[in-house]
Design a protein around this ligand. Structure first.
Ligand code: C2O
Ligand code: CU
Length: 593
């Protein structure tokens, strides 16, 4: 009798499995067309937007959805912006208003953050789940509407929840400057993004990464992509996967005698890139949205979250030249337990710079011999503000943030800031709790990692101490900060601070066991996060929140469209519209420490 029951159960299981695999197969066939040949528009040069007599509002619509794409030849279902990877490049002029309707058809709640945009007076547009808003539920459209203010340069936008940007939700944002002091230095522009790429589902990888007793490091990616194009070694792909060998590389066409402004963005979740173009030195004119005095390098390290504009001149013989986006493997920590340790990743990511008239062939050019410091930002002393900037006077407020690693009571690997690991509260964003529900600063749970200062215009120093072996690209929202100095050890060496001509950035790398001092003025009321931009470290809790100028902030009026999101989320939670979403909610619920 028992055996019969067992056999019966087995038959049912087999039936379910076969039905399930048939349906996924069907989905694959349906999406197969177009997975290889999509044009993301990144390989057509552009010129700056035309200036308008007055600032205008630029309207954009982006749709988040799942599509099958094969950026590196390997077909996988990705999270896309407008069906492509990377997502659509958005353009605006300095001073313009950006009005973006985000249509969420992802099947999951999502959110969009505008990396580097200061959001002066519009903190609710910052796009951070659990801090400035609830996620946009599936099936809902939400409008981000903000001024670019005085800002120009190279930025990007990406999901800011549950590692989703590593699944594809990331794209460039270019703010042109009608008064660009370097306009006569270049003829045409390209955006070049660099990113890592995982073949596994990020939600699955996160589950493994955050499993109790996990003894490895961050998952090793499967590919590196230049502007969304890479080449995977298909012989390493699992059987039954669709993979096109020798995937065509990224090709940038240039015309002899012309000069190109390349806008470089590292949009990775884990890796540090070193960019170069054989035979073509890079003249840096912008870093993180700030003009720099021109400085020329052969190799440029670009940490996660950082951006540069460099100018190259097509003044070499008509030929093909390698463009190199080399992943710095010196900072990829691994041991035998590390997820995807046998990844077939090729750390030497390449593209081709092809002169008009050159053969369609692989380049034979040689790499510059220059060496770069392992995994660090470009030496800050090379960057000088293009116009002298006033460094705010001595700090009246110092916030010391010390980053460490450890495990929680369930033996799950966590990252800590001042001994507290951040846990996102998806349902109750800080901004609403503080402004609408009048929750006092000291009433926030400790795991919200909240810091605050309330004197308008005062000088704030963030003293970031990295008290562990890993390297962290630290990014702050709502501000561009002067990097006053950095050094090894966990004690700030004040004699090493540059108070004369430091360069402002919004992302800066801390070496293992080191300190850095970031300075800015408190003039932007809001909820601003400061975190490591290694997305795995974010999920592990290396995040703090700053409630800047709470007195002013408490008078802010959060638009109803924003507060509505939490209500809509509650509703969609209650209605339990699909099994998939239910599963997702369970997957994604934070394990409380
Ligand atoms: Cu690129 Cu907190 O973001
Ligand atoms: Cu980190």
């Amino acid at each position: 009798m028992r055996n019969i029951k067992r056999i019966f159960a087995l038959i049912i299981t087999l039936f379910v499995i076969s039905a399930f695999s048939r349906s996924t197969l069907y989905e694959h066939l349906e999406h197969k067309r177009g997975a290889y040949d999509h044009d993301n528009g990144f390989f057509t040069p552009f010129t700056p937007l035309e200036a308008t007599p007055h600032p205008v509002t630029r309207y954009y619509e982006v749709e988040l959805s799942q599509v099958d794409l094969a950026p590196d030849g390997f077909v996988k279902k990705i999270f896309s912006i407008n069906g492509q990877y990377p997502g659509t490049i958005l353009h605006a002029n300095k001073g313009d208003n950006i009005h973006v309707t985000v249509k969420n058809n992802l099947g999951f709640p999502s959110v969009i953050h505008w990396h580097g945009m200061l959001q002066k007076g519009t903190t609710w547009n910052d796009g951070v789940t659990g801090q400035t808003q609830c996620s946009i539920p599936n099936g809902v459209s939400f409008v981000y509407n903000f001024s670019t203010g005085e800002q120009c340069g190279t930025y990007w936008y990406h999901s800011h929840t549950h590692g989703q940007y590593m699944e594809g939700l990331r794209a460039p944002l270019v703010i042109h400057d009608p008064d660009d002091p370097f306009r006569s230095y270049y003829d045409l522009e390209y955006v070049i993004t660099m990113s890592d790429w995982y073949h596994g589902r990020i939600s699955d990888l996160l589950k493994l990464r955050m499993a109790p007793n996990y003894g490895g490091f961050n998952p090793i990616p499967d590919s590196g992509l230049m502007s969304g194009v890479g080449r995977y070694n298909c012989s390493a792909a699992p059987p039954n996967s669709q993979c096109r060998p020798n995937n065509p590389l990224a090709v940038y066409k240039v015309t002899s005698g012309k000069r190109y402004r390349l806008r470089l963005i590292n949009m990775s979740g884990l890796v540090h890139y070193i960019f170069s173009v054989d035979n073509h030195p890079l003249k840096i004119i912008e870093a993180d949205g700030q003009y720099s005095r021109p400085v020329t390098v052969n190799k440029l390290p670009v940490a996660i979250g950082q951006r540069y504009s460099v100018i190259i001149e097509a003044n070499q013989p008509v030929e093909n030249y390698w463009m190199r986006a080399t992943i710095d493997d010196r900072c990829i920590l691994k041991n035998q337990s590390t997820i995807n340790i046998d990844s077939a990743i090729n750390y030497k990511v390449t593209g081709i710079l092809r002169y008009d008239g050159a053969d369609i062939a692989d380049p034979k050019s040689k790499e510059y011999p220059d060496q770069t410091e392992p995994c660090l930002s470009l030496d800050q002393s090379l960057l000088k503000p293009y116009v002298p900037l006033q460094v705010p006077g001595p700090a009246t407020n110092e916030i010391k943030l010390t980053a460490t690693f450890g495990v929680d009571s369930q033996n799950i690997g966590r990252a800590f800031i001042n001994n507290s690991t951040y846990a996102v509260d998806d349902q109750h964003p800080t901004l609403e709790k503080f402004v609408n529900n009048k929750v006092a600063l000291n009433q926030f749970p400790a795991n919200q990692n909240i810091y605050s200062y309330d004197k308008w215009g005062e000088t704030v120093d963030i003293i970031f101490i990295n008290n562990n072996f890993a390297i962290h690209p630290i990014h702050m929202h709502g501000h561009s900060f002067f990097v006053l100095g950095t050094g090894s050890g966990i004690e700030v060496d004040k004699s090493k601070l540059n108070l004369i001509d430091p360069f402002p950035r919004d992302t800066f790398v801390l070496n293992s066991t080191s300190w850095a001092v970031f300075r800015y003025k408190a003039t932007n009321p809001g909820v601003w996060t400061i975190h490591c931009h290694i997305e795995w470290h974010v999920e592990m809790g290396m995040v703090a929140q700053i409630i800047e100028l709470p007195t002013a902030l408490s008078k802010a009026e959060i638009p109803e469209s924003v507060t509505d999101l939490c209500r809509q989320q509650q509703k969609s939670k209650r209605s339990r519209f699909s099994r998939r979403n239910r599963l997702y909610n369970i997957d994604m619920e934070r394990i409380k420490v």
